[in-house]
Design a protein. Sequence first.
Length: 199
Amino acid sequence: MEKSDRFKDNWDLEYVMQDLFGSRHYYGIAGGFSDPSFCRECLLRTVSRIRNRLQEIPMDERLIQVSGSILDNLEANAKEVSEEVNNDWQIITNLLHLIVHLLGYDWLDGKIHRHVIFCQDRTQEQKDWRIIEGDRAYYDQYRLEEKRRYMLVNLLERNKVPIYQIATLLGMTIERVRKILQEIQRLEMETGKKIPQFE
């Protein structure tokens, strides 16, 4: 049987695997996708990773049931990937079906039946920012933010704003505000200079 061109170097799929599992494990593997068994292994690992992630996300019962069923179909199709079995369209359909349900579409009526919320916590936002800006710019900006934070805490405290209100206004814990005030006091005593005023 003549080899088809379905399985070939695939840099886009390499990037997907790096997003999902990290570049340490999948850097430079684009050529591996010319081997059907490697493609099958990657698909099955991907299904498992998606299934595990979806179990961590709060979802309604119907979405849990439907997404689980779609992933079961995707897994079954992934297991059959070979040079002889061309089920590419079933796999594409499974993936699109999963995306459609995760975006809130359901009940075959073209309407959205659940809300989707994507958000990042502060640590995730900072990591994005650090990757985009690079380490030097990130840390320069972080130091500037920290300096401004100290100046704001100092300004509010000098204006007799209670510590709990400072914490609320600046989105910090009361303990963090107390530590900043102690650090300001220590710095002013050591240097003999007042913290710069916030302008």
